[in-house]
Design a protein around this ligand. Structure first.
Ligand code: FE2
Length: 299
């Protein structure tokens, strides 16, 4: 059966491209693959880009790229999503070419938060990847990372991601009346996580996680953020479920970026879901207090 294989890319609307350039290069260690007046494309591996930042009058993640194996799988999944009642569209040939993929279908997710882009064959760059900070990002069969989304209609997300897109349950974390569901589509412990029912908080993509190989690079980025390079959301800590050591910082578009190392890889054949009552063994102390008056949502 056709299924999503990985998170390939995220597309962001941003009011401050210069801030993104500085943040992407000097804090996250991403390589600039392309920079024009209207956008920056950041690389984290051999792909042409993994994060695209577009100049806009708003700040948010607008599109998420879900990679599938090939043309047959793309058609099957597009049809299955249509079968759930979603309006699945193929963008213009120019738009597809501009995304640097071979083919693509797009639909709006259940809450209307983000455009999901089913596609295949995100192009490789001819130039070897080189992080300006010497980072090695953990991508490959685990994709670019993971996203966490606060949602309204939990059931609709379960139906879409489990029943149609082919994600499997990793585990749950239940705390303070909130149930978080972690799902995987490759060996990365989770690629898409979601939770619902947070009163007062807007629905949005709370954070995007990127993983590096070296804990010293996480520590150095943590130091930079402590020294004011970005707003700290929560300090260094270790997650219960995916065992990742990470911290959370604000991005120039005011979604969180989790920056970590040592995330668990799982094998579907032997994996059994479990549940936790805490997200961390230690750390992840909050620096920013969320309130319903705060327009930002970090998840
Ligand atoms: Fe995360």
């Amino acid at each position: 059966m056709a299924e999503v294989k990985s998170l390939a890319y995220a597309i962001v609307d941003a009011t401050d491209l210069d801030a993104w350039y500085d943040y992407g290069v000097n804090v996250v260690g991403l390589q600039v693959g392309e920079r024009t007046d209207r956008r920056i494309r950041f690389r984290m591996d051999n792909k042409l880009y993994r994060l695209e930042i577009n100049r806009a009058d708003q700040d948010r993640i607008t599109h998420i790229g879900w990679e599938v194996k090939g043309p047959a799988e793309l058609e099957q999944l597009a049809e299955a999503v249509r079968g759930l009642g979603y309006d699945v569209r193929r963008p213009s040939a120019e738009e597809i070419t501009d995304r640097c993929v071979v083919d693509l279908y797009r639909f709006t997710d259940p809450d209307g938060t983000v455009e999901c882009e089913l596609h295949y064959a995100l192009h490789d760059s001819l130039d070897r990847f080189a992080s300006p900070l010497g980072h090695s990002f953990v991508t490959g069969d685990g994709g670019a990372g993971h996203v966490f989304q606060l949602v309204q209609d939990v059931e609709a997300y379960e139906k879409l991601y489990f029943d149609v897109l082919g994600f499997r349950l990793s585990d749950w974390i239940e705390m303070k009346g909130l149930k978080l569901t972690f799902t995987h589509c490759n060996p990365r412990h989770h690629t898409f996580a979601f939770g619902g029912g947070v009163p007062g908080l807007p629905t949005a993509i709370g954070h995007l996680m990127v993983e590096v190989e070296d804990i010293d690079h996480v520590g150095r980025a943590h130091d930079k953020v402590l020294n004011g390079a970005a707003r700290m959301i929560s300090g260094l800590g270790r997650h219960t479920n995916d065992k990742m050591i990470s911290f959370y910082m604000d991005s120039p578009s005011h979604f969180g970026v989790e920056f970590g190392t040592g995330g668990l890889r799982i094998d579907d054949a032997s994996w059994l879901p479990t549940w936790y009552t805490e997200t961390q063994y230690w750390g992840h102390s909050p620096y920013l207090t969320l309130s319903k008056d705060d327009p930002k949502n970090y998840g």
